[in-house]
Design a protein around this ligand. Structure first.
Ligand code: FCB
Length: 438
């Protein structure tokens, strides 16, 4: 495993989490979210689990911040829940919610941890979902208003702010593939959610700047598109995947246009005058976050666009069934740099799920140590080739609510027993502490 000294002096290592996955939505006067609704609907989430208790981070946050400090991390990427701040999504504030984030940020600073805030990591307030959620253009101004309200309270202490986590997941995964809330499988809803989530990012960025807040970034997820074989059909299947998953959002942010492959499939479903929004969508950001886990093997499939399907690959897999492919991280750091043209980059998420168990008070997750070592090396290789990577955040601090897969998939450096909520640092936590300490 590479050591702290292999990276530049000011390179930042951190850990990532998200509000709904750890806090406990039931606590502190939070409003209902579309994830609560999705989880309550049979068949959507493993064992119909939800985030109402999660890791009880709402009450145990001080212990969790101690784990981050003691692990030797310089930064913490966390998210705020929109519905905790504004239970209806707009209008009446929940002062308890704002106070919670205030304490949390102060707690980071007291421990020497830089706060990196994500404004939206997927828990749309249900009353806004009732109005069409990401299909409704107004969501962009609702999101901008919430963003300014939250940052007017926290912004004086926030290190960096990300607008929306993984726009592909907010749009495609949730409106086309139906795997995340609101669970739609509808191409028109997909096109509209793509456009509105981009517009929300741009409007919030502009509104935050107008309110005096800076250091704002976008965070995208990437998955390497590998054709299943040498045929032109498989190449086309992979190119289609690459267009919607990896290129669409970078193209919108940095080239102010949709890729041709996207327009030929989605243009007739986009809202009227969509072209007029690109100056807002492409408003400059200060940094770009790269979330990376795996690759997909793509084969052609009968039927309408995207006319492809993922097939199993030959490489070793994580508990998610995801292939371990560190070269993909190297590839996407270069791609991100090509689009972002020299802006600072961060790996904002990378890590693996493993079927971890506590045995005699310890968790042997050597597979995770190997996974992270290989991905650190891939990132370092890109840096040595000139990619301006400035930090690396491991997903995740602790085991948590892994969305549609419930509590079964364990991504943490720290094990959580979901009956007792006891935290047990895993071998990977200790190994990274040794490698990354100054
Ligand atoms: C990412 C999400 C994060 C977590 C990891 C495993 O797509 O941003 O919340 O679920 O995957």
């Amino acid at each position: 495993m590479l050591q702290r000294n292999d990276f530049p002096e000011d390179f930042v290592f951190g850990v990532s989490t998200a509000a709904y996955q750890i806090e406990g939505q039931a606590f502190g006067g939070s409003g209902r979210t579309h994830w609560d609704d999705f989880a309550e609907t049979p068949g959507n989430v493993v064992r119909a689990e939800n985030g109402s208790i999660a890791c009880d981070h709402y009450n145990r946050w001080a212990e969790d911040l101690d784990l981050i400090r003691d692990g030797g991390y310089g930064a913490y990427r966390f998210s705020a829940s929109w519905a905790r701040v504004l239970p209806e999504g707009r209008g009446t504030l929940n002062p308890e919610g704002l106070d919670f984030y205030d304490r949390l940020v102060d707690g980071m600073l007291e421990r020497g941890i830089k706060p990196m805030l994500t404004l939206y990591h997927w828990e749309l307030p249900s009353p806004l979902a009732d109005l069409g959620g990401w299909r409704n253009r107004d969501v962009a101004s609702w999101f901008a208003d919430y963003s300014v309200l939250l940052m007017d309270r926290l912004g004086d202490r926030i290190w960096k702010t990300a607008t929306i986590n993984e726009l592909w997941c907010v749009s495609f995964l949730s409106h086309f593939f139906g795997e995340h809330a609101p669970g739609l499988r509808d191409i028109r809803a997909t096109a509209r959610s793509v456009h509105h989530v981009l517009l929300a990012h741009g409007m919030a960025t502009e509104a935050l700047r107008a309110a005096g807040h800076g250091d704002i970034g976008a965070v995208c997820n990437f998955s390497y598109a590998e054709p299943a074989d040498d045929s032109p059909e498989a190449a086309e299947a992979a190119a289609t995947f690459d267009a919607h998953y990896n290129q669409l959002f970078l193209s919108a942010f940095f080239r102010k246009k949709y890729p041709d492959r996207i327009l030929s499939a989605l243009e007739r479903h986009l809202p009227d005058r969509w072209q007029d929004d690109f100056d807002v969508i492409g408003t400059p950001v200060d940094w770009l976050g790269v979330n990376y886990y795996t690759r997909e093997i793509l084969a052609p499939a009968p039927g309408p666009w995207p006319a492809n399907k993922s097939v199993p690959g030959p490489l070793p897999k994580t508990q998610m069934g995801w292939e371990i492919y560190p070269e993909g991280l190297h590839h996407f750091l270069h791609l991100a740099n090509d689009y972002a043209g020299g802006l600072p980059l961060y790996v904002t998420e990378n890590g693996m799920a493993n079927d971890d168990t506590v045995v005699n008070g310890a968790v042997d997750d050597s597979a995770r140590i190997d996974y992270l070592a290989a991905h650190f090396a891939a990132a370092k290789r890109a840096m040595d080739e000139g990619v301006p990577l400035e930090g690396y955040f491991v997903w995740s601090l602790m085991d948590n609510f892994e969305w549609a897969l419930g509590y079964e998939k364990r991504f943490g450096l720290v094990h959580v027993d979901f009956d007792t909520l006891v935290r047990t640092p895993k071998a990977s936590y200790h190994a990274l502490k040794t490698a990354l300490s100054r």
